[in-house]
Design a protein around this ligand. Structure first.
Ligand SMILES: [Zn+2]
Length: 386
């Protein structure tokens, strides 16, 4: 596992030599790139992966901790008087804390199987961090998840701020009913972004915690889609009671179905990435049916249609674009190992989700203010059918 400096040095030198010879030997080019890869591996193995990635590593860690304890006791570094009470446990806890604080990022191939998700991201992965405090402390370190964590943490805080502002308006400005309808959307957005932040922070804790939070992450997406549909359907079919109830019921059923699929144990497997993108995209695109219905009944180019459908189309395009980045893993697919920390597909997907959610908020705000200016329905809602 640990290569000597001289060994690494000689390999680098041979790689450099091959690079210089590229001009006259075409075969050298591929050999040089292989050498580069080898250099990368060796460089990676030099700083290694200090926390256990595999059961064998766990044994190494245990043995090493026992050594540290023994050395500490023998050299009087550990005060036996102070540690009289549960001495071994306290010292072990101390050593574990030192290990937790001093972890290094890992190469993809050093990760245990349950942490191997995107093989186009080569370096900078967190090792398993089997403590919640270490996972939360990792928010402030640079690794493959830093961008994912912060995009949705900041998005979540932003939506909490908007929700507090909106819900605290005096009721002359925004009525209670409006607040409740928008509240459903805010809950969807805040829960989705919050669960996503929690997932990206904690999934390296252990296989069990990772699985649990990935399920919550997917449930959050389903809740965001459901929460986005509610105010849009409510205001679009404001005076059309029956279609409103039918579409809202369909959205709830589809939402529950996608939550059930999300809770399926194998749904988070890397090879099911396109299925995941497909399930949520299909759920979102089911909005095409009420949108066409709406366009036909209200007229495609009426003022209210523009307010209702214009922003909706933009939001849909942003979500679809985000799902494409997510499923295709672009740009890291084209530049493997070059987007390990920044500009990877998942970060772009996260940013597009936040932008789409804000676009939707703007769209439903316009729709609601239009509804308020038009006034009450001209006929009692119960007498209005399709
Ligand atoms: Zn995510």
């Amino acid at each position: 596992m640990w290569e000597s400096d001289s060994d690494t040095g000689s390999r680098s030198a041979s790689s450099d030599g091959l690079r210089r010879r590229q001009g006259w030997d075409p075969e050298a080019e591929s050999l040089a790139s292989q050498m580069d890869e080898l250099d990368e591996v060796l460089a990676e193995e030099e700083d290694g992966c200090p926390l256990p990635s595999t059961p064998e590593d766990q044994h190494l860690l245990d043995a090493e901790m026992a050594e540290v304890l023994k050395a500490g006791v023998l050299s009087d570094e550990i005060d036996l008087g102070a540690l009289a009470h549960n001495a071994a446990e306290q010292a072990e806890e101390f050593v574990r804390k030192v290990w937790e604080a001093s972890w290094n990022v890992c190469h993809f191939r050093h990760l245990p199987r349950w942490l191997q998700d995107n093989d186009y991201l080569h370096k900078g992965h967190r090792p398993p961090l089997p403590s919640f405090s270490a996972c939360f402390a990792s928010i402030f370190r640079i690794h493959t998840e830093t961008g994912n964590i912060w995009t949705h943490l900041l998005g979540c805080v932003a939506f909490i701020g908007v929700a507090i502002y909106f819900l605290s308006r005096p009721s002359i400005e925004i009525q209670m009913q409006e607040k409740m309808i928008f509240g459903v959307f805010f809950i969807g957005a805040i829960v989705c972004l919050g669960f996503s932040f929690a997932y990206h922070t904690l999934y390296c804790h252990s296989e069990m915690v990772g699985k649990l939070f990935s399920k919550l992450d997917y449930c959050g997406i389903a809740l965001l889609i459901m929460g986005s549909f509610v105010p849009w359907l409510y205001y679009s079919f404001y005076c059309h009671y029956r279609p409103k109830i039918i579409y809202l019921s369909v959205v709830v059923v589809l939402g529950i179905l996608s939550i059930i699929v999300s809770l399926w144990d194998r749904f988070s497997e890397p090879r099911l990435r396109p299925l995941r993108a497909g399930v949520f995209m299909g759920f979102g695109l089911s909005g095409i049916v009420p949108a066409i219905h709406y366009g036909i009944t209200e007229g495609w180019f009426s003022q209210v249609s523009k307010a209702s459908l214009g922003w909706l189309v933009l939001m849909g395009l942003l979500y679809i674009l985000g799902a494409m980045f997510y499923a295709l893993r672009v740009p890291e697919r084209w530049f493997p190992g070059k987007c390990d920390i920044w500009f990877q597909s998942h970060q772009i997907f996260h940013v597009l989700v936040i932008v789409a959610a804000f676009v939707h908020y703007h769209g439903i705000s316009e729709l609601a203010s239009y509804r308020v200016t038009v006034g009450e329905c001209s006929m009692p809602p119960s007498s209005i059918a399709f």
